[in-house]
Write a new protein. Structure first.
Length: 218
């Protein structure tokens, strides 16, 4: 299985930075070349535009594609022009499927505080709630809200299957070790090697601390 992610677990289950391979470097290079070309990609941060400004550009038919979480479908309901949904494209033919990373700002994590008198019981309750949500709330959201009220054609329903089947939880995106997520987003040039060489030590140190804290919770 070929997936490109900021971090991946090693054979022992520890989180490791995953940005040094030739494949990942090539992917990042292609992304920055695309995003740096104003004729192909519009970067709202370059023009100090808000998220709503960028969404309105798409709603007003002034852009062909918009990369946004599925939650943006709710603000697309009033769009007059027809629109569809597609997953993020594959990097090349070797990629096993389409992968869409979970948004770290909406894909939150529930934690049990150290002061909990019965952490095991709290964990059982949280697991039960999550299970019930998976089989009831998520199904209703997918079948009724997303599948019927927000999308406009059957092809988009099929595309939603690709999106959900390829869900990727990237610990590097979610935990932002050493600010790596922010660094990748802020990168403006195509010199990927120099950028990674500059931040790798700090990122690895943050990951090492994270792995140690996980071991202490066992």
């Amino acid at each position: 299985m070929i997936r490109i992610a900021i971090c991946k677990p090693d054979e022992e289950g520890n989180v490791r930075l995953n940005l040094s391979s030739e494949r990942v470097m090539g992917c990042l290079q292609s992304i920055y070349e695309l995003m740096g070309d104003p004729m192909r990609y519009f970067n709202r941060q370059t023009f100090n535009l808000t998220l709503n400004d960028a969404i309105n550009i798409f709603r007003e038919n002034r852009s062909l594609f918009m990369i946004r979480p599925l939650q943006s479908l709710f603000v697309m309901r009033e769009m007059e022009a027809d629109f569809g949904i597609i997953p993020l494209p594959k990097y090349d033919g070797e990629q096993d499927g389409y992968h869409s990373a979970v948004n770290p700002y909406s894909g939150t994590i529930c934690m049990i505080p150290r002061t909990s008198e019965d952490a095991e019981r709290s964990g059982v309750v949280l697991s039960a709630l999550a299970c019930e949500s998976h089989y009831t709330v998520i199904d209703s959201l997918y079948q009724t809200v997303l599948g019927e009220k927000l999308i406009r054609d059957k092809d988009s329903a099929v595309m939603l299957d690709y999106v959900f089947d390829g869900t990727l939880f990237d610990s590097g995106v979610i935990w932002n070790f050493g600010g790596i997520r922010d660094t990748l987003l802020a990168q403006r040039g195509t010199d990927v090697a120099s950028m990674l060489a500059r931040v790798t030590k700090v990122v690895d140190k943050s990951i090492e601390k994270f792995n140690k804290e996980l071991e202490e919770t066992d």
